[in-house]
Design a protein around this ligand. Structure first.
Ligand code: SOE
Length: 379
């Protein structure tokens, strides 16, 4: 049967542009049953030779240098936003108003205030939408969700998550511009809170439900950095590190930490959930494994077990290799594209939708406000 085409217009050709494009290119190989197939119609970026080179290297049929032109094109069905965070809102709102589907890289935008009109725009236009919180699509994390939903953990007491990196320790690293916009508050909105804790919060809301209130501490270790766009040393306005604790609506306590100053850690996203009957632990550096402790095991053999998430009955894994063989980071994006295409064919939302991601934005805002005002904040 001929597949229905989903013609993609990608805005932004950085790291995330590559991860998403790889997802579009590979999804048909692994998820051959889907009715839709992505078509790499156009990539858009401000610098013409870079946009052209990206189109040639990754297989886009054409390129644009103005996202407004991309959105006007009637041979594009879906706009995928991979720009710095300050561009998410204008592009998403214009795309929705033009009737395009919208896929947006996380976080939804810099603040809740900026995110809300994006939610309103996609809902008013009735266009399919999703936000690329890709770690939900790690098979081990999806399995954690299934185990929690089955009730095996019982009442949840604790949710703990870290996202640790070390790439900004060097004080000579400039801020701003390509590659370094994550250090520039104007482009990024915040530092580790919006960039890294947003992932932890999205997963936590999915696995453990809503967060009621938060108490946070942030720190900016390097106070001034050269700004690539102005050529001057300027104040650093982002949070380099953030820790917060919180109450979840289900009565459990949450503890979260993120930093770009944890020497030796490159992308150490870990989470642990402790319930009345069982606990779960996961680590991005070993993403194919889920650790599980079940108190109902016979006492002599009771202990943490490590489940290698590579079997055909584990989430997504029947689409990949044979049991025992691993997948990687890039497959989380392939899985996300597959889920988006399936949602189109089923006429259902593809979580996290813009509305779901608004919840994460609200928690991030409350965290930053709590740190600024040194007080507990309701979400
Ligand atoms: C930052 O270094 C970063 O690339 C984030 O922006 C991504 O969302 C995260 O998945 C990995 O780290």
């Amino acid at each position: 049967m001929a597949k229905k085409e989903l013609r993609i217009g990608l805005v932004g050709y950085g790291f995330m542009g590559r991860t998403h494009t790889n997802g579009y290119k590979r999804v048909g190989d692994f998820f051959g049953e889907l009715e839709y197939k992505p078509v790499l119609q156009a990539v858009c970026g401000r610098t013409e030779d870079k946009a052209k080179a990206f189109a040639e290297q990754w297989g886009y049929a054409s390129y644009e240098t103005d996202w407004k032109k991309l959105i006007e094109r009637d041979d594009i069905d879906a706009i995928d936003i991979c720009t710095p965070n300050d561009q998410h809102a204008p592009v998403a709102i214009a795309a929705a108003e033009a009737g395009k589907m919208v896929l947006c890289e996380k976080p939804l935008a810099r603040t809740t205030e900026e995110s809300q009109p994006m939610v309103d725009a996609v809902e008013k236009a009735g266009v399919p939408n999703t936000v690329w919180y890709n770690y939900r699509r790690v098979p081990a994390v999806t399995l954690a969700k299934q185990i929690i939903d089955s009730g095996k953990l019982g009442k949840i007491f604790h949710y703990r998550a870290n996202f640790l990196q070390d790439w900004t320790i060097n004080a000579d690293l400039p801020q701003g511009g390509a590659g370094l916009w994550r250090l520039d508050a104007t482009a990024a909105g915040s530092g580790v809170t919006g960039d890294l804790l947003a992932h932890c919060i999205d997963t936590a809301l999915w696995l453990n439900g809503s967060i009621k209130d938060v108490s946070a501490v942030t720190e900016t270790f390097i106070k001034e950095r050269m700004h690539n766009l102005t050529g001057k040393k300027e104040k650093v306005e982002i949070d380099d590190a953030c820790t917060f604790h919180c109450h979840f609506e289900n009565g459990s306590l949450g503890l979260f930490e993120s930093t770009r100053y944890a020497r030796g850690h490159k992308a150490l996203y870990t989470l642990e959930i402790n319930g009345e009957h069982a606990s779960i632990r996961w680590d991005l550096h070993d993403l194919n494994r889920l650790e599980y402790f079940d108190h109902s095991d016979e006492s002599q053999v009771r202990g943490w077990r490590t489940i290698h998430i590579t079997d055909g009955d584990h989430p997504y894994m029947d689409h990949y290799w044979v049991p025992g063989l691993c997948i990687g980071y890039e497959h989380t994006f392939i899985n996300q594209v597959a889920d988006f295409l399936r949602s189109l064919q089923d006429g259902t939302p593809c979580p996290p939708t813009f509305r779901d991601a608004l919840e994460t934005a609200k928690v991030c805002d409350a965290v930053l406000k709590s740190a600024r005002e040194r007080s507990w904040q309701d979400v």
